[in-house]
Design a protein around this ligand. Structure first.
Ligand SMILES: NC(=O)C1=CN([C@@H]2O[C@H](COP(=O)(O)OP(=O)(O)OC[C@H]3O[C@@H](n4cnc5c(N)ncnc54)[C@H](OP(=O)(O)O)[C@@H]3O)[C@@H](O)[C@H]2O)C=CC1
Ligand SMILES: O=C(O)[C@@H]1CCC=N1
Length: 274
């Protein structure tokens, strides 16, 4: 199954085209989705999304259109907006529709009771915008093998993708890879600030921090070696890296902090479920 299974008469309808909905749509259009096979429903998308829709000629509606049934209905509104959004999209669902939710914390049971049918709960991340996303997904029993293939094709078009065995693991996906890009961007911000503190101009600090993270990420991506070995390869005994890692890997350092951060994100995902 490929994105060509989505056609103007069997479209994907995107509910909410903000940061994440827009990122996914960008990835799908770059991955070959027929722009006429997509409909975007959002009362007031951000400027970037409006520009994307205009550039590709994607149909935009401010509320759910009448007389259309989705092959894929993708819910990309904030979890807090889900209750208001669900009744308005019920008529977009037909016997062939598979609904995908990307909302943090919204349980499948909530979606089942509002919409019924085949439902997949997923958690993507913003690097999907550049085809380098990481998405986890969990399906309810009504999802067919064909639906799974189509959902897989959509999510693989924007990066890597894997099914998880239990719905609870979606909260773990959320805490690790859904929110994870923010942890990496924070690393870029803090390394930049530390570079300024250590004598760089702001421009040089931002450039050296950014390219260090991009380069290290690409090395991690391309190398067969695991992260800890790559780290040790940077670390000369008694050298500069060892001096820095003594600080970062102290008992109350980066490791325990990351464990606490991921646990806090997971707890928040569970709270959002109500
Ligand atoms: N941002 C991220 O990194 C990730 C986000 N997610 C999930 O994606 C979802 C969206 O997040 P994000 O993209 O950041 O949020 P945004 O606020 O950027 O986007 C949501 C969009 O939906 C619009 N909207 C609100 N209500 C409706 C409605 N009833 N029908 C149609 N559109 C509506 C909003 O309009 P308005 O602004 O006017 O309310 C906004 O344009 C969330 O559930 C989040 O948990 C998942 C993975 C990663
Ligand atoms: O912060 C959030 O709630 C969403 C879910 C994962 C990334 N952003």
């Amino acid at each position: 199954m490929s994105l060509s299974a989505l056609t103007p008469s069997s479209p994907i309808i995107l509910i909410g085209a903000g940061k994440m909905g827009g990122a996914l749509l960008t990835g799908w259009l770059a991955g070959g989705l027929d722009p006429k096979a997509a409909i975007v429903v959002d009362p007031k998308p951000p400027e970037e999304t409006l520009a994307l829709l205009a550039a590709h000629g994607v149909r935009h509606e401010t509320s759910a259109p009448a007389g259309v049934t989705a092959r894929v209905l993708l819910l990309a509104v904030k979890p807090q907006m889900m209750g208001a959004a669900l009744p308005a999209v019920r008529d977009l669902i037909g016997p062939e529709t598979v609904t995908i939710s990307i909302a943090a914390g919204t349980p499948i049971a909530t979606l089942e009771s509002a919409l019924g049918g085949a439902i997949v709960r997923t958690m993507p991340n913003t690097p999907a915008q550049v085809g380098r996303g990481m998405t986890g997904a969990f399906a309810n029993p009504a999802v067919t093998t064909e639906d799974r293939d189509l959902v897989g094709a959509l999510l693989q078009a924007v990066g890597e993708f894997g099914w998880v065995e239990t719905e609870g693991l979606i909260d773990t996906v959320t805490a690790v890879s859904g929110s994870g890009p923010a942890y990496v961007f924070l690393l870029a911000e803090t390394l930049t600030a530390a570079g300024i503190e250590a004598g760089f101009t702001p421009e040089l600090a931002a450039r050296f921090a950014r390219q260090t993270i991009v380069g290290a990420g690409e090395l991690l991506n391309q190398s067969p070696l695991p992260a800890d070995v790559l780290r040790k390869n940077v670390t000369s005994p008694g050298g500069t890296t060892a001096a820095a890692l003594d600080v970062l890997m102290a008992e109350d350092g980066f490791g325990p902090l990351m464990v606490r951060a991921v646990a806090a994100a997971k707890r928040r995902a569970e709270e959002l479920a109500g």
